[in-house]
Design a protein around this ligand. Structure first.
Ligand code: FES
Length: 72
């Protein structure tokens, strides 16, 4: 991930319901979280009013992005 992407991720919402920034989700995945439940456990996302509908999509996209890097 490029430095400017990290900077943007500090500003962007990761989980709107719980007020968690995108960078927190990325850091959780970088620290080994490999599923939505593991990212949720590490960051406290997923149990807001939307029940993970919105942040779940973001986590799925990040996991896909990072899975390629881990395996490559
Ligand atoms: S956006 Fe994460 S629980 Fe709603």
């Amino acid at each position: 991930m490029q430095p400017d992407e990290r900077t943007m991720a500090r500003l962007k919402a990761g989980c709107i319901c719980k007020g968690v920034k995108l960078i927190r989700l990325i850091e959780a995945i970088e620290n080994g979280a490999a599923s939505f439940d593991e990212v949720a456990a590490a960051t406290g996302i997923g149990d807001g009013p939307c029940q993970g509908k919105r942040c779940g999509e973001k986590v799925a996209a990040l996991l896909e992005q990072y899975a390629g890097r881990r395996n490559g």
